[in-house]
Design a protein around this ligand. Structure first.
Ligand SMILES: Nc1ncnc2c1ncn2[C@@H]1O[C@H](COP(=O)(O)OP(=O)(O)OP(=O)(O)O)[C@@H](O)[C@H]1O
Ligand SMILES: [Mg+2]
Length: 459
């Protein structure tokens, strides 16, 4: 079997201006510009990458992001970037150990891995795909030929699956909705080899990708590279569809979905939360707590695969301003470990905790550990929905009247969740006027804290 040259620059030079009746990635004969089979000695892969895709393939940065409109050619460029990384690793070490992820195993299996398998086809890296879908985890692997190594393919939703081991590279398809913990895990797993990480995605609000990567890129950090492009940069994407979307969607939604631009999400529960953000040093915080009349409040939301989230705030009695300055946000950790990590006093003042009432067993354990903790109030008797809505109103009222401040350098998870915690859109099948039950761990713990503080006033 002959093998296909994967030199993308050569492909671009010879193909960019030509009209070839072949689909991307298919075999063709460059002398006739027609589709052909592997038996044709001239056979090549038709890969006419556009300039933004080329920029991604050529980037030498540690953290690379292809941020583009839907259908812009993100997954294809990710798949070929992966093949080039395999080639580089084998040239360098004779072995390759890589990872491909997507937000869920479903997304991974639908487009990401099939595109990668196609990209490997007819190259010297064509191997065997082994699907492993079990009850506890869904992990697949692509076994490279010649004992060259394995590319692991998994969903970021695989509990604990992203921990442990070192990789030559990671490709994260649809990483825009990725959580902070996933970004930390993939950075850690490429740390020893300083391997590159590629994210291919449409942006999604000002979430983890924005906070963990894009801000560094904007600040001029050379480890980060972003390339942003429109859906129609892909010549295969219909211009009419692009125009139809422009006329149908709000300008913000269009910018995000079809132009790959970072936008603040519509339908955020706390639209102006970003105005509460301030920066404070540890000394300034301790000084505030010890010198002002006031009280410390904590909020806590339990989770195992979802993170356990806790925040602490200082309520100033004179101004009624609540300053949230402490955070714990950690998955898969026993309650005893959390109990040890949670402070009981700060600057001589004790903390009153309000916690998720669904777990009285854990509340009991924390009480035994010496914490002053109670069930979060469900003001308005009745459903949990009314408790949520009521809590949101109280928190919204604090934001509106400048009585909430969040120390952003101490509470990154709270700030990140506030940028993605939102109400369902019209076409999403969620009932009621409750926010989507996602990205709400710090959002819930702070809601418990504020309900504890403000419920009497609003009763
Ligand atoms: N430079 C290109 N020239 C021609 N066709 C391309 C090019 N890049 C991608 N395509 C084709 O366009 C289609 C969409 O590409 P791809 O799936 O990579 O886009 P995407 O941005 O990941 O889309 P989605 O938003 O649906 O995830 C595929 O059929 C792909 O083969
Ligand atoms: Mg895609």
């Amino acid at each position: 079997m002959s093998q296909i040259n994967l030199d993308h620059e050569a492909e671009l030079d010879t193909l960019a201006s030509e009209r070839v009746q072949v689909n991307f990635g298919e075999l063709y004969d460059p002398t006739t510009n027609e589709a052909c089979g592997m038996d044709n000695p001239n056979a090549g892969k038709y890969c006419p990458f556009h300039e933004d895709q080329i920029a991604i393939l050529e980037a030498n940065h540690r953290f690379i992001c292809a941020c583009a409109g839907t259908g812009g050619g993100k997954t294809v460029v990710g798949a070929y970037w992966t093949v080039f990384q395999i080639q580089k690793a084998i040239q360098k070490h004779g072995k390759c150990h890589g990872m491909i992820i997507a937000p869920t195993y479903k997304v991974l299996s639908r487009a990401t891995t099939p595109t990668f398998i196609d990209a490997c086809q007819h190259t010297e890296f064509e191997g065997n795909f082994k699907n492993h879908t079990g009850y506890f985890e869904s992990k697949s692997k692509y076994i490279l030929p010649n004992n060259w190594g394995v590319i692991w393919c998994q969903g970021a939703d695989n509990p604990g699956g992203l921990e442990g081991g070192q990789f030559d590279f990671v490709w994260f398809d649809e990483g825009g909705q990725g959580k902070k913990a996933t970004y930390e895990a993939i950075t850690g797993r490429t740390g020893a080899k300083q391997g590159p990480v590629l994210v291919t995605t449409t942006p999604y609000g000002l979430g983890a990708l924005y906070n963990e990567w894009y801000k560094h890129y904007l600040a001029g950090n050379d480890d980060y590279f972003f390339r942003i492009w429109d859906s129609v940069k892909n010549p295969a994407y219909p211009q009419e569809e692009f125009e139809r979307a422009r006329s149908r969607l709000s300008p913000e939604k269009f910018q995000e979905r079809y132009r790959g631009q970072f936008m603040r999400l519509e339908g955020l529960v706390y639209q102006t939360f970003h105005k509460t953000r301030i920066s404070m040093s540890t000394e300034q915080i301790l000084d505030m707590i010890s010198s002002r009349e006031g009280k410390l409040y904590g909020g806590m939301d339990f989770g195992w695969n979802d993170p356990f989230a806790a925040n602490i705030g200082f309520l100033d009695f004179e101004t009624d301003v609540l300053t949230i300055f402490w955070e714990r946000y950690k998955s898969q950790t026993p309650i005893e470990e959390h109990a040890d990590a949670l402070p009981k006093t700060i600057a001589g003042k004790s903390i009153t905790w309000a916690a998720d009432s669904a777990r009285p067993d854990l509340i009991r354990k924390l009480k035994k550990g010496g914490h002053n903790i109670k069930k979060a109030k469900k003001h308005y008797k009745g459903t949990s929905v009314s408790a949520i809505i009521n809590g949101i109103l109280m928190m919204g009222s604090r934001i509106h009247s400048n009585r909430l401040r969040v120390v952003e350098n101490m509470c990154p998870a709270l700030c990140a969740e506030s940028e993605v915690y939102r109400y369902p859109e019209k076409d999403e099948e969620v009932i009621g006027d409750k926010p989507i039950d996602m990205d709400n761990h710090c959002m819930d713990d702070v809601r418990y804290m504020i309900t504890e503080i403000d419920w009497k006033k609003s009763a």
